[in-house]
Design a protein around this ligand. Structure first.
Ligand code: COA
Length: 250
């Protein structure tokens, strides 16, 4: 499937997936998840794709899951419709090709947890990364209950998840989350250069190296465990109140 809010381009062996919904801070809809999942799964069998680059238009990388979508799921309005978020998370966890992220602006929720599935991450010094799951009545997803403490240590991960403290771009390298923190205007160029450099490496050696370094089955098992609790929480009064508060702000 394709979606106008995800721009897909290929150049120099790099498949680029660009969040392109700046008027909604690149909040991710079901259709956007579907388009990205299809592209990432297809890349595994496509010898022409050697690396996958996530980029974004505007001042936000992404504000995370579309909250109107969350509210519709919570209210049962879209019960029975195919949900693509799980396919997207699985595609990132299982991706055989390296994933590179260019985080030129703020990121929220899944826009942050997806970075922990990436192999190289470049952020703007001015970026602000937040994971406000608890404030929404929710729990961490995308195996971030494993990946966050593994990358930054339990107490720093708990400050983000428990207190909702932001991780500032300029601190992201010290937290083990990013390879470099750069002026916003340089982030995409630097990330693309890294993706192109990876695309020129011996492909099979690169694939095997990534495979040795990652444990997708462990992450998938945790992602499914979190997902069951998350789905339950979507139906909770805490979550419904939080979605309604956001959607009726004005
Ligand atoms: N889902 C749906 N719409 C969203 C959104 C989201 N996650 N994030 C932003 N938007 C929409 C806003 O509703 C607004 O739409 P409108 O112009 O039609 O009213 C538009 O994007 C611009 O957002 P706005 O809130 O005016 O920008 P801001 O710079 O003041 O604040 C955020 C940006 C991201 C801090 C704020 O929008 C926010 O907190 N969003 C929710 C983030 C979130 O909790 N995501 C889920 C994580 S699990």
């Amino acid at each position: 499937m394709s979606d106008a809010h995800i721009l897909i381009a290929r150049e120099a062996g790099v498949l680029e997936l660009r969040f392109n919904r700046p008027e909604k801070k690149n909040a991710i809809t079901n259709a956007m998840y579907g388009a990205m999942a299809d592209a990432i799964f297809a890349a595994d069998g496509d010898a022409e794709v050697r690396a996958i680059l996530f980029t974004a238009t505007g001042d936000f990388f992404t504000a995370g899951n579309d909250i109107a979508d969350f509210a519709a799921t919570s209210g049962g309005a879209i019960a029975g419709a195919p949900r693509h978020v799980g396919r997207f998370l699985e595609a990132c966890i299982r991706a055989e090709k390296p994933l590179i992220a260019a985080v030129q602006g703020h990121a929220v929720g899944v826009g942050v947890t997806m970075l922990f599935q990436c192999d190289l991450v470049y952020v703007a010094e001015t970026a602000r990364l937040t994971t406000p799951f608890i404030d929404l009545g929710l729990v961490p997803e995308n195996a971030s209950s494993i990946t966050m403490p593994a990358l930054m240590g339990h107490t720093r991960a708990f400050a983000m998840l428990g207190l909702g403290e932001p991780l500032l771009g300029r601190d992201a390298v010290a937290f083990g989350v990013a390879n470099a923190a750069l002026p916003a205007a340089e982030v995409e160029t630097r990330a693309r250069a890294a993706a192109i450099a990876l695309a020129q490496k011996p492909a099979e050696a690169l694939r095997l190296t990534k495979k040795l370094m990652r444990s997708p089955d462990t992450l998938m098992a945790r992602m499914q465990q979190e997902g069951a609790i998350f789905a339950d929480r979507l139906q909770s009064d805490e979550a419904r109140d939080a979605f309604a508060a956001f959607l009726s702000r004005r």
